[in-house]
Every structure is written in C-alpha cells, then in structure tokens.
Design a protein around this ligand. Structure first.
Ligand SMILES: C[S@@+](CC[C@H](N)C(=O)[O-])C[C@H]1O[C@@H](n2cnc3c(N)ncnc32)[C@H](O)[C@@H]1O
Length: 348
C-alpha cells in the first residue's frame, strides 16, 4: 500500500503535485487504464532498438531496421552494438548530453558515411571479383561517394560560424572560439575511441568534425509536433454536453494531475537537404513550414507568389516583419549579414 500511495502523486514540471485518485493509480499500475474515446487516438506500437540499447525507439520494425543499417549499429550502446567499445560510446554520449547534443548528430553523419563506404566497397569488390587481399586500403573515390549525401549542407567550421553569445565580451571572442574548438576536439577523441575505422580515418579529423557540426548549426530546422496528449484532452473538451460531462468524470483527475504538462509538445531538430540549399531573403518568394496535421516531422515548401523559371527560390530564416537592425542581429546567429534586395535597399 505504501508503494501505491507514493505512486498516487504525479509530479508536474512546474513542481506542483496533485494526487490522483487511488482507483486511477491502481488501473495505471495494472495496465488496465481505459480512457474514454481513447480508441479515436490509435497509437502505433513502439518498436525498440534492435540492438537492445533501450535509447532508440521507432514507429515500425522497418524504421528500426533502416536506422540500424544506416547508422545506429555503430552508435548503439546495446548488446548487439557494432561499435569498437560500448564503454567509450557511453562516455561520448554523456559528454554530448552535457555539452552540445549536436555532437550526437555529427556522430550519426560519420557513422552513416562509414557504413555507406563499407557497403559501396563490398559491392565494388564483388563486382570486380577481386581477391580478399586487395580489399585492404582506403578507396578515396568510394569514401567521397559515401560522403556525398552529407556534403549537400552548407558548412563552415562550428567554431568559426557560431555567433558570440550575448554574455561574452567581444574582447574574449578569440578565447571563446578556441574553447569551442577544444570542446569539439574532446568530443571527437571520445567518438574515435568508440567507432574508429582505419579506412575512414579522414572522417575523424577535427576539421571535418568542425564542418559537420557547423553544417547542423547553420542548416537546422527546429521542429515542434503538437502533444498527442493535448490532442486527446482537446477532443474531450469539444465533445457535446452529456458525453463531455461523462468523459470528464474519468479524464479530469488526469488533467489536474498533469497540470501545464498536458500540452508539452514534442520538440526536435531536423535537417532537410533541399531546404538547406535555400538562401534567406527578407522578402522571400517561398516559405518552409510544417503542416499542422503532420505528426511525422515532414517539412513543406510552398511558393508565396509565382516564381519565374530560373529565379532563385528563397525562404526566410527569421520573422521578416522585424526591423532592419533586428533582422540583422538575428541573422548574425546564422553567421552572415543579409544581402537580400530588401536589406540592400534599407541599408542605403
Ligand atoms: C542554409 S545555407 C544556404 C545555402 C548556401 N548558400 C549554400 O550554398 O549552401 C545558409 C548560408 O548561406 C548564406 N546566406 C544565405 N542567405 C543569405 C543572404 N540573404 N545574404 C548573405 N548570405 C546568405 C550564409 O552564408 C548562410 O550561413
């Protein structure tokens, strides 16, 4: 019973605690919780990582397999991991979580390239039916081919392109940039211990690592997907009167216990190769956005006006309704001063 009592308090992120009725707690613990109208919100089954790391989860077995083959097998900390050292990998992940989680994306890009290189090389060797001894040594052209999908994004070294934080004085800029570079160096050493591949040694240079991280810093799109929990409670709120009243007898305690957390959205970072090729304009002719109804992280680009054949397609990285100075200040975070027709005009 003590255990049940302890479970009967849900802690919200705002710190407040509201007790859940004991019956609700019991049904939660027994896995028997049936919320009204929840059949209108069928949740796809969650597939765990094939390597047993319990850190990566997928919407389907085919997604899990695709990720395993394309990058995760080297970055998995589970039993089936193909990394050189799971212990080193855990250290790398911990360091990234404590400093900059973009290191995790950079590791994914490197792992992806190594695995692609190995596949390209294997199929090249089988086509040529060469003896096993000639497999040794890096095939630079295949490594470049493997690298191609990652090469699409615009890249400047991370420590060169990152904007100076507001709390750092301009006189400390050189020190700040050197420290950022050292941080990347530490992360790279940890990654090297975890997934180093002699034939792909070129990928493990600080220069390349800096460019990959810079690529994510400069091309990323923050994605927000509405909370499925919020969708459910909104649905209940919209029910006609008698049904709503009946349903709320059961749902209201959960809503109270969740507090503001009921609407926590799912946040993520995405890299879209096509979008990353588009320059910014403060008078753009296209717009990148996420459709409200999408629950899968797809981005859409729509034209804002007719675009002539051969005309550059531009999007806005920021709120273009801001003043000239505000826009330039925000774009400094992307590492450039805007030279779009509107800015050139307003600068005069
Ligand atoms: C996401 S990339 C855009 C594609 C990039 N031009 C390329 O060739 O890969 C962002 C970078 O493009 C450049 N850029 C984009 N829009 C710009 C603009 N309006 N004025 C000046 N530079 C711009 C900046 O160097 C910026 O860091």
């Amino acid at each position: 019973m003590k255990c049940l009592l302890e479970f009967s308090i849900l802690q919200t992120s705002s710190g407040s605690t509201i007790p859940l009725p004991m019956m609700a707690v019991e049904s939660l613990m027994n896995g028997e919780l049936a919320l009204p109208y929840s059949n209108k919100f069928p949740l796809p089954s969650v597939v765990s990582c094939l390597g047993g790391c319990e850190e990566a989860f997928y919407c389907s077995k085919s997604c899990a397999e695709a990720d395993w083959e394309s990058s995760h097998c080297l970055l998995c900390t589970g039993e089936k991991s193909e990394s050189c050292s799971r212990k080193a990998l855990l250290k790398f992940i911990q360091h990234a979580n404590e400093t900059n989680d973009i290191f995790l994306l950079a590791a994914k890009a490197i792992s992806f390239t190594i695995l692609r290189y190995r596949k390209l090389k294997a199929s090249h060797m089988s086509e040529q039916e060469k003896p096993a001894s000639s497999i040794l040594g890096t095939d630079l052209s295949l490594l470049l081919e493997a690298w191609k999908p990652i090469s699409i994004g615009h890249k400047r070294r991370w420590w060169d392109c990152i904007a100076l934080p507001d709390d750092i004085d301009a006189s400390d800029e050189a020190t700040f940039r050197r420290e950022i570079q050292e941080l990347a160096f530490t992360s790279l050493q940890l990654l090297k211990e975890a997934i180093f591949d002699k034939e792909c040694e070129l990928l493990f240079s600080l220069e390349i690592y800096g460019h990959i991280i810079g690529m994510f810093e400069l091309n990323n799109l923050d994605l927000v997907v509405a909370s499925p929990v919020e969708d459910y409670f909104l649905y209940i709120d919209d029910l006609p009167y008698p049904e709503k009243k009946e349903a709320e007898k059961i749902t209201q305690p959960y809503l109270d216990a969740l507090g503001e957390d009921y609407s926590n959205c799912c946040q993520g970072t995405a890299f879209f190769p096509l979008q990353s090729c588009m320059n910014h304009s403060c008078c753009p002719n296209a717009k990148a956005f996420k459709r409200e109804e999408d629950r899968d992280g797809q981005a859409t680009i729509i034209a804002l006006r007719p675009i002539c054949n051969g005309e550059e397609v531009t999007i806005s990285y920021i709120d273009e309704d801001l003043s000239f100075e505000e826009r330039q200040a925000l774009l400094a975070d992307y590492g450039f001063r805007c030279r779009c027709p509107r800015c050139l005009d307003e600068e005069r």
